[in-house]
Design a binder for this molecule. Structure first.
Ligand SMILES: Cc1cc2nc3c(=O)[nH]c(=O)nc-3n(C[C@H](O)[C@H](O)[C@H](O)COP(=O)(O)OP(=O)(O)OC[C@H]3O[C@@H](n4cnc5c(N)ncnc54)[C@H](O)[C@@H]3O)c2cc1C
Length: 419
């Protein structure tokens, strides 16, 4: 398969663009592999790529129920950041951030990683204190964070209402300059193409319908394209985790599925150059290269596997947007959609061996698994290849919920819809 380069671009442009090859093969599943990854989202594809690239395990199949990019990896609001408070989270997301910084070159695929900065607004002095504490924690772990006063925020984002009469006055903000956005589906396509080039079989339209067992041990899967055996079976199905694990008889996971909506406005001239988040509610927005405002807010708040949400949440998100940017009140909404988020009980993920022998579990990504994609794939591949976690993902066990060692970034307790 050809390298993407300026030369291949020119050659194909001169040749009428008739010579581009498919980015990955469409193989039929073989009867057995060394490892199976269930779920062709960002995490499953990244896992397969790093299994091949870092551990030389290339006899791998990624089994995807639909098509590559049909899940949350192609539905998110594309924000990439590592601005966490707790050391476990900062270390993991910083690791992911460093992988993002070299990802387009690594994959030979432009994932359009744009380090435009993520600015968390503070609306009260107490919130600014919390931002200072989090910024210090980030810097302590080697990350980047800058605390801004309201005048600096006003200069940076001129459209914001920072007046004293604003409904939620802006008293400052925490900026992570290296954070930003990436093109979500390019991440799926880039990992798929790069994994395929290393020999991984990416099998679309292949739904896993059950697990093959020898006693307790998982030795493969049944699927809509036949039985496929492997001594290692990894589950990376995000919002479908509880459904897929139910097929293995596991019904007590600390995971709930909730719908999360995303919105895009009509195109506007560039006026917001960072990702900006509202601190008096839950709203995050950026402006795409095409000019549309890309934004989202809270979960709808009820358990569901539906990939669409309801109007009360739309109204709530729009009201927060207008509180932040009153001048946007007459802008039209162009598109909205939903994705199913796998909410864990402490807001942090699970990347672990088990819970059955031969099985490996990756889930609990809540609102923020897109930014984790390379880090999650890298750590999960290590865990699968070596049958033990890397120190970076060692805290993200499944049994921490039994042992009470939660990684509760927000301190909200076991209330997944708040994380
Ligand atoms: C609206 C929205 C906005 C978001 N915004 C952000 C953001 O700005 N920043 C951020 O970091 N994160 C964000 N996220 C979260 C992020 O998108 C997810 O956490 C992440 O994409 C989940 O991992 P994934 O890419 O592997 O999931 P997915 O792409 O959902 O992959 C899972 C795959 O498993 C497949 N599957 C399920 N069941 C089976 C089966 N039985 N057999 C075979 N395959 C199966 C599915 O078809 C799916 O393709 C957002 C999510 C949503 C919904």
């Amino acid at each position: 398969m050809a390298e993407y380069s300026v030369f291949s671009l020119v050659r194909n442009a001169l040749g009428g663009n008739r010579d581009w090859k498919p980015a990955w093969r469409k193989p039929d599943p073989r009867p057995s592999y060394d490892a199976i990854v269930i779920g062709g989202g960002g995490h499953g594809l990244a896992t397969a790529y790093y299994l091949a690239r870092e551990h030389g395990i290339t006899n791998v199949a990624v089994l995807e129920r639909g098509w590559i990019g049909s899940g949350n990896v192609g539905r998110n609001t594309t924000i990439v950041r590592s601005n966490y408070l707790l050391p476990e989270n900062i270390r993991f997301y910083e690791h992911s951030m460093k992988l993002w910084e070299g990802l387009s070159h690594e994959l030979n695929y432009n994932v359009m990683f744009s380090q435009r900065g993520v600015l968390n607004l503070a609306h009260t002095p107490a919130q600014l204190d919390e931002h200072a504490r989090r910024g210090n924690a980030m810097r302590h772990e080697g990350g980047d964070a800058v605390l801004l006063g309201s005048e600096e925020v006003a200069r940076m984002v001129p459209g914001l209402d920072v007046s004293g009469s604003a409904r939620f006055p802006v008293v400052g903000g925490l900026l992570q300059p290296r954070a930003g956005t990436a093109r979500h589906d390019a991440v799926a396509w880039g990992f798929a193409r790069a994994a395929d080039r290393l020999g991984v079989d990416i099998i679309e339209n292949c739904e896993v319908t059950g697990f093959l067992r020898e006693g307790e041990k998982v030795v493969g899967v049944t699927s809509t394209r036949g039985d496929i055996r492997a001594p290692k079976v990894a589950v990376a199905v995000a919002g479908s985790t509880s459904r897929v694990m139910h097929l293995a008889g596991i019904d007590n996971l600390p995971i709930e599925s909730h719908v999360l909506q995303a919105f895009v406005s009509e195109s506007l001239k560039p006026f917001v150059h960072q990702v900006v988040t509202f601190g008096a509610g839950h709203l995050y927005m950026s402006q795409s290269d095409k000019g549309g405002l890309v934004f989202g807010g809270d979960l709808d708040g009820y358990n569901t596997y539906a990939q669409r949400g309801n109007l009360p949440l739309v109204e709530e998100v729009m009201s927060e947007m207008v509180a932040m940017f009153p001048s946007l009140a007459r802008v039209r909404l162009l598109r909205s959609w939903g994705g199913v988020a796998d909410m864990s009980m402490d807001g942090s993920p699970i990347i672990a061996t088990g819970p059955l022998p031969g099985m490996y579990l990756n889930c609990g990504w809540c609102y923020g698994g897109f930014k984790a994609t390379p880090g999650s794939g890298w750590c999960f591949a290590w865990t699968i290849a070596r049958d033990e976690p890397h120190p970076i993902n060692a805290p993200f066990t499944l049994d921490r919920f039994q042992r009470g060692i939660l990684i509760d970034e927000k301190g909200q307790g076991a209330t997944p819809k708040w994380h």
